[in-house]
Design a protein around this ligand. Structure first.
Ligand code: NAP
Ligand code: ZN
Ligand code: ZN
Length: 379
């Protein structure tokens, strides 16, 4: 163990008995774009020298899981076990791992490998790996025999130690799970824009990503304006800490917000017109689009960008070091996600509710409800 690192406290739940060799994990996933989520069994490799095996306790449900399992992003390999907001306890470590120990609370986000050699990887921006990252699910894992990765709606996972995060013990594990995607995806552009006290941050869409953007921007000292399509979320947005809430379908309210914002974090999961949001930005403002709808977006009016030197940018999750920084920031500022914990039997209902915008603000799967693996792996 690294000198000076705190000793993990006693476990709330006993760890599974130490096992040897590869293991089967109970899981839920899709077998086709229209199958919904069904019980599956996945094979997990025996930890190699640099691997950490994790007994998963909770996994957040991201809108990306819906896009992927339903085949909305194009050709998809099935069966597919989604889940990239993973929190659990280390159950075994490989022979060369001395920075994680059994019992520690850890997390895994959206990637489990990258090339480790390109400029982006060397800059700690593995998410922009020039040779492409290995996603936590549905990706070909070249370092492990070209197997296809399977995600965190499962009882265990095995991940190279370089892509495993330390989750501070002060954070509630279920509420911390969404930090591994929704948290870092909003933290990274806020940091990239150097948001600080005095800045005005706009957040478009109050779902999983959006509510984290509100909490993180407030913790950074910013004034926050939320844009929502849902009248029912106005009071809730204020409870989250938003200073102003604007109904984006109300033209007069949009007009009143013109030229008042420094940076917008747009988290909407469906195509929408960005031009009204550009009008709300001040000179040198920026709009970061984080949502990745399957259908095309309405065209951007270049005049709106040019007249105030506005930047229109995208941003993908965050690097490993930045994800650790975000988790530590959340522990320091007491920031976690507002979650609704569900069992496996409610996963399909949770997906439908997420698509309908009916969630405050992140569903999280309790993996103790997944049951037992069958005798043979499906994936
Ligand atoms: P979510 O929880 O479903 O929230 C999306 C929010 O967008 C909704 O709650 C809703 O907020 C708003 N919205 C407005 N019109 C909508 C419509 N027609 N359909 C759906 N939503 C609408 O989703 P999420 O998990 O935060 O993810 C948001 C998007 O980010 C997804 O496209 C996801 O794939 C993407 N994503 C990107 C990254 C990245 O690295 N860039 C990482 C994770 C996720 P209001 O009710 O307030 O209007
Ligand atoms: Zn995600
Ligand atoms: Zn790389």
């Amino acid at each position: 163990m690294t000198p000076g690192r705190p000793v993990p406290p006693p476990l709330a739940k006993p760890l599974p008995a130490p096992a040897s060799g590869p293991q089967l994990a109970a899981a839920y996933g899709a077998t086709a774009g229209d199958s919904g989520l069904v019980p599956l069994t996945v094979a997990r490799r025996a930890p190699k020298d640099d691997d950490v095996e994790i007994a998963i306790e909770f996994c957040g449900l991201c809108h990306s899981d819906v896009h992927a399992t339903r085949g909305e992003w194009g050709t998809q390999k099935y069966p597919l076990v989604p889940g990239h907001e993973i929190v659990g306890r280390v159950s075994r470590v490989g022979a060369a791992v001395d920075d994680f120990a059994p019992g520690e609370l850890v997390g895994v986000g959206c990637m489990v490998d990258s090339c480790r050699e390109c400029d982006s990887c060397l800059d700690g921006l593995e998410q922009y790996c020039e040779n492409s990252i290995t996603g936590t699910y549905g990706a070909v894992d070249a370092r492990n025999g070209d197997t296809v990765t399977q995600g965190g709606y499962a009882t265990s996972v095995v991940v190279d130690r370089r892509y495993v995060l330390r989750v501070p013990e002060s954070l509630d594990p279920a509420a911390a799970a969404p930090l591994l995607c929704a948290g870092i995806t909003t933290y990274s552009p806020l940091r990239h824009f150097d948001v600080e006290a005095g800045d005005v941050v706009g957040v478009v869409g109050l779902g999983g990503l959006g509510h984290m953007a509100v909490k993180l921007a407030k913790a950074m000292g910013a004034e926050v304006k939320v844009f929502t399509t849902s009248e029912a979320k106005v009071a809730a947005a204020r409870e989250l800490g938003a200073d102003h809430v604007i109904l984006s379908r109300d033209e007069a309210s949009m007009e009143a917000a013109n030229r008042s914002i420094d940076v917008i974090i747009d988290t909407v999961a469906a195509p929408h017109d960005l031009n009204p949001y550009f009008r709300t930005l001040r000179r040198d403002g920026a709009l970061f689009q984080l949502g990745l709808p399957s259908d095309a977006m309405p065209p951007v009016n270049p005049g709106a960008l040019i007249r105030r030197r506005i930047a229109y940018a995208g941003s993908l999750i965050g690097g490993i070091a930045e994800t650790q920084e975000m988790l530590d920031f959340c522990a320091e500022h007491g920031v976690v996600s507002d979650v609704e914990v569900v069992g496996a039997d409610r996963l399909n209902e949770a997906y439908d509710r997420m698509v309908a915008g009916d969630v405050k603000y992140r569903f999280v799967l309790d993996t103790s409800t997944l049951g037992n693996p069958s005798e043979k792996a499906d994936a």
